[in-house]
Design a binder for this molecule. Structure first.
Ligand code: PEP
Length: 253
């Protein structure tokens, strides 16, 4: 049985005190009403060590939103996978479309980041997804297939067990425009098929594939009801405990 996961991506929001308050509120909400899925919050680097203390011993996993493509050394301002791991975090988001678009992260750079994250014992939430023009041209499968191949296909089947995929159509991120549950299912089934071709049926069956893009409590149940959708990567709605909890609760009957 593959894992059902709801992961939050706080992006560059919340100061440290606000982040600690949100994590504390979420911890109380999930202690009072246990989730039916894995829950992860991915926070800015500066929050990690403090939030790790808040969520320690709870059901909440912790992740970073990025890490460096270099092991260590003279890379001013960068944060390595080993440094992320040392905060107590267990996950890292890599390949988010905002990193690809605004910071020039190529498939090659992401390949390095994935390798370093895995080598340091982090689980990777690897994001893939097409922009609007690519979807309108019917090229979404080609684009997503190339993103998978470009950064993940040198991994072993064993390493793939520590990869969670997040399909995030770029046109749906932060726009309020969600993919339909059928569009999500079609793409997730395509992705699972590609993983099966490359790594075999066992890995494909075990790989959790999350949907991301304007997911909210009102649409999560419909999206999560699809057989190849194993949860969500949540941006805006992860910043309010009630909204994030509402999405987590979509996994309840
Ligand atoms: C994201 O950026 O990962 C995301 C899914 O954002 P939002 O939920 O705000 O669309």
């Amino acid at each position: 049985m593959r894992k059902k996961i709801v992961a939050g991506n706080w992006k560059m929001n919340l100061n440290l005190q606000e982040g600690v308050a949100l994590a504390t509120e979420l911890k109380a909400a999930l202690a009072a009403d246990a989730p039916n899925c894995d829950v992860v919050i991915c926070t800015p680097f500066i929050h990690l060590a403090t939030v790790a203390g808040v969520v320690e011993g709870t059901v909440i996993g912790l992740g970073a939103e990025n890490c460096a493509d270099k092991e260590k050394g003279a890379y001013t301002g960068e944060v390595s996978a080993a440094q992320v791991k040392s905060t107590g975090a267990q996950y890292v988001i890599l390949g988010h479309s905002e990193r690809r678009a605004y910071y020039g992260e190529t498939a090659e750079i992401l390949k390095e980041k994935v390798n370093l994250a895995l080598a340091n014992g982090l689980k990777v939430i690897f994001c893939i997804g097409e922009v609007l023009e690519e979807r309108e041209a019917g090229k979404q499968n080609e684009v997503v297939g190339a993103q998978l191949a470009g950064s993940l296909y040198d991994l072993t089947a064993e390493q793939m067990k520590n990869i969670i995929l997040a399909y995030e159509p770029v046109w749906a991120i932060g726009t309020g425009k969600t993919a339909t549950s059928d569009q999500a299912q079609d793409m997730h089934a395509f992705i699972r098929g590609e993983i099966c071709k490359k790594f075999g049926a066992e890995v494909a069956e075990q790989t959790s594939i999350l949907y991301g893009g304007s997911c909210k409590p009102s649409n999560a149940k419909d999206i999560f009801s699809k057989p190849d959708v194993d949860g969500g990567l949540i941006g805006g709605a992860a910043l309010k405990c009630a909204d994030f909890k509402g999405i987590i609760d979509a996994w309840k009957a």
